[in-house]
Every structure is written in structure tokens, then in C-alpha cells.
Write a protein that binds this ligand. Structure first.
Ligand SMILES: [Zn+2]
Length: 340
């Protein structure tokens, strides 16, 4: 079968790989239809020192497909069903997994497309517990934005920051895959959304998604504008994933007792923190990574209700390495999805 593989660090090629063997027991064989690009792919391609893995490695962390065959013990999906593959190799038996917190699994075996072979290929085999059915009305392209994009935001906003209707949230990088998702999910529950973007073109686009206030952070200091917009009170929640460039301003944007939730640091990982500000202002900071299976189910339900991912472009799988460079340059609005 065709597979997009990382051959050496930073070198990705379309190659021929062995197709999976027929499914046995509780295994499901999925014909992949679409994979979407994420910053984790960028990190994967750069070769992160902490990633223990063997190359070549099939890339692709987030994707969707159709069930092609099932083992005799599989009951929750059947041949022909559209599905999403959960990329984290959780054990399913530890106390965290039993509590539905698969992204806190005590015995995680790695992440597909990062530590072990991923989804950017024609066929993938996985145990039934990592196969999530896609409801009617959700396309393969949309479903391919579930596990890393929608479910990460679902986990950040509602499990961690516990965003409530009527609260005000600052969403950084409203043109990114997760930023655009956060705007939509926060508006859906009735929050007031302030978002930052990096160009005037994106100001209009973010406004069209429903953001109440859009700040071009290249033109003005976002924390000053946030203070003015909130009558000097600050926001209830900051949605962070930018890192060193925005960290200090994000903390300054919070009201007393406010919550900051972060899932990334695309501009760098070392930022200064004013500790006085943390305790005196009684700030709460949540680190968030990945999502639970239930977050994926809830995300797909939202898509079926019409809260859909913002798609920048659909491409062919062969164009994935070129598109990764676009993601690196941040010349995107929403998700880039490769069709298989
Ligand atoms: Zn576990």
C-alpha cells in the first residue's frame, strides 16, 4: 500500500509499505480517507529529542476512514462504517483509562504518526477501543479534524478551563486549526470571544466565525486592548498555544481568579512568569495535552450539529510535505486536510 513515511529526520517521501494483515479478535481494519495536518507533525518532522522511535515511520496523527474488515470480537462498528482512529496507544485497563482519561494513561504506548506508524497511508489496523464511529452528516474531511483538533479544544475548554456561558475568553491565533475551533465552541455555549490574529485579512475571517472582538497582534498590544474591552477587569479564560511570544501578555489579560489553559508553545517553550502575579491574582493554569475518547465522541456530535471545522485547503497526500511548510509559515486559516 502507499504510505507517506518519514525516511530520515525532516525527509518525508511517498513510499510503498506492507499492508496490515487481516484483523483478528477485536481488531478493526480501516481504509483511510483523510488525514489532517497539525503542529505535532511539524515537531515530528523536525525530530524531537524526546521522541523514542525508529525510522522510517508512517506520519499522520489525525485522520478518518471507513471500516474495511473487522475481527470476530468487534461489535460496535461494521464494514462500511465511517470512523475516526484515536491515535494514542492507551492501555485501556489502568485506573486513568478506566475513568475515561485515556490521555492520562499510566501505560501509554506512544502516539501514532509520532512514535509509531501513523495514519497517512491507505490502511490502518487498530483495536476496537481506539475506533470511534462517525455520525451521519459528517464528511471524511471534517471527521479527519476530530482527535487532535476538535477534541483537544473540547478537553481544554470544558474539562480543564470549565468555560461557562456568559464568560469572556481570549483565544490566541484565531486563524489556526484549534483557534478557529475554540472560537466556534465558545460562541456555541454563549461566551464572549476576543481573539488575536496576525494579519488584517484574518481579522475579517475570524470575525466571520463569530468572534466578538478581533485583535491584530502585529498592530497593537493585545493585553492592552483586552484590558480596555473588559473594563480593566481582564478575561475569565485565556486559550494559549502560542508560547513565549504571548505568555506574559496572556497572564496580564486574566481577571483575578482567571484560568489559563495551554496546549502548545509554537513560538518557543521558555517564558518568564511573574510568580507574584500568579498568587496575588489567584490565577489557575492548566496544561492540556490530547483528549479522551469521550472528547472525540462529543466533538463528532458537535460536528453533526453543524459546529464544523474550518477547512483552509484539501490536498492530495503527496502534497503533505509542501503543506507542512505552509503550516510552519502560518499562512493558513483553519485546517489543511489531505485526501487519500
Ligand atoms: Zn491506561
Amino acid at each position: 500500500m502507499r504510505a507517506l513515511r518519514l525516511i530520515t529526520e525532516e525527509q518525508v517521501e511517498m513510499t510503498v509499505a506492507d499492508a496490515p494483515t487481516p484483523p483478528e479478535g477485536d481488531e478493526v481494519l480501516v481504509a483511510m480517507k483523510a488525514v489532517s495536518l497539525n503542529h505535532i507533525d511539524l515537531f515530528g518532522f523536525r525530530g524531537m529529542a524526546f521522541a523514542k522511535r525508529q525510522l522510517p515511520l508512517t506520519v499522520g496523527v489525525e485522520g478518518a476512514g471507513v471500516v474495511e474488515a473487522v475481527g470476530p470480537d468487534v461489535a460496535h462498528v461494521k464494514v462500511g462504517d465511517p470512523v475516526v482512529v484515536y491515535p494514542g496507544l492507551f492501555c485501556g485497563t489502568c485506573k486513568r483509562c478506566q475513568a475515561g482519561q485515556e490521555n492520562l494513561c499510566l501505560d501509554i504506548g506512544g502516539i501514532m504518526g509520532f512514535h509509531v506508524d501513523g495514519l497517512a497511508c491507505e490502511r490502518v489496523k487498530a483495536p476496537a477501543k481506539r475506533i470511534i464511529p462517525v455520525p451521519g452528516g459528517v464528511s471524511h474531511i471534517q471527521a479527519a479534524c476530530t482527535t487532535v483538533t476538535f477534541a483537544t479544544v473540547q478537553h481544554m475548554l470544558f474539562d480543564n478551563a470549565k468555560l461557562e456561558p456568559g464568560e469572556t475568553i481570549l483565544v490566541h491565533a484565531g486563524g489556526s486549526g484549534i483557534g478557529s475551533t475554540a472560537i466556534k465552541m465558545a460562541k456555541q455555549i454563549g461566551a464572549t470571544v476576543i481573539t488575536t490574529v496576525g494579519s488584517d485579512a484574518k481579522v475579517e475571517q475570524a470575525g466571520a466565525l463569530g468572534a466578538d472582538h478581533v485583535i491584530n497582534y502585529r498592530e497593537e498590544r493585545f493585553e492592552g486592548r483586552v484590558r480596555r474591552l473588559t473594563g480593566k477587569q481582564g478575561v475569565d479564560v485565556v486559550f494559549e498555544h502560542v508560547g513565549v511570544d504571548t505568555w506574559a501578555g496572556s497572564l496580564l489579560s486574566l481577571r483575578r481568579g482567571g484560568r489559563l489553559v495551554t496546549c502548545g508553545s509554537t513560538t518557543g517553550i521558555s517564558a518568564k512568569t511573574n510568580l507574584y502575579q500568579i498568587f496575588q491574582q489567584q490565577l489557575r493554569i492548566f496544561g492540556s495535552f490530547g483528549s479522551s475518547v469521550q472528547n472525540c465522541v462529543d466533538s463528532l456530535a458537535k460536528m453533526a450539529e453543524g459546529i464544523t471545522p474550518v477547512i483552509d485547503t484539501t490536498i492530495r497526500l503527496e502534497e503533505f510535505p509542501v503543506a507542512i511548510e505552509r503550516l510552519r509559515s502560518r499562512d493558513v486559516f483553519g485546517k489543511i486536510v489531505a485526501e487519500i
